[in-house]
Design a protein around this ligand. Sequence first.
Ligand SMILES: Cc1cc2nc3c(=O)[nH]c(=O)nc-3n(C[C@H](O)[C@H](O)[C@H](O)COP(=O)(O)OP(=O)(O)OC[C@H]3O[C@@H](n4cnc5c(N)ncnc54)[C@H](O)[C@@H]3O)c2cc1C
Length: 98
Amino acid sequence: MASDGALPALELGEKSVVISGAGLAGSLLACYLRQKGLKVHVLERRSDPRHEAVYAGRSINLALSERGINALRDVGILEDILKITIPMYGRAVHLPGS
Ligand SMILES: Cc1cc2nc3c(=O)[nH]c(=O)nc-3n(C[C@H](O)[C@H](O)[C@H](O)COP(=O)(O)OP(=O)(O)OC[C@H]3O[C@@H](n4cnc5c(N)ncnc54)[C@H](O)[C@@H]3O)c2cc1C
């Protein structure tokens, strides 16, 4: 990665990239590399949580912060993501026993 944080110019063509892990980093990287014209394969060892109860049926809520918003805007999917978010006006940490 360049010192300004930008991805280096990639030589395009028939190259493909395999990313291990479809977490936040892998998924975002996949979006960036796809936009660079590369063929991207994302491998994830866990099942798709949209189709299987990966965490014993519990839902996972993810708070979206400004840097996440900026990243989603950067790859052009912010508007779609905002449609499935709800505002969060504060957070509370629960201490043991409280
Ligand atoms: C309890 C908890 C709550 C959190 N809440 C928030 C929140 O509200 N908002 C927020 O922004 N951040 C939150 N975070 C932090 C956030 O989850 C991490 O910063 C983020 O997930 C890191 O992204 P990552 O892609 O580096 O790793 P991960 O999200 O962990 O992704 C790595 C992926 O790689 C997969 N993987 C690992 N090994 C292999 C392999 N060999 N082959 C294939 N796949 C593999 C894993 O299954 C995983 O899906 C929370 C973290 C925790 C633990």
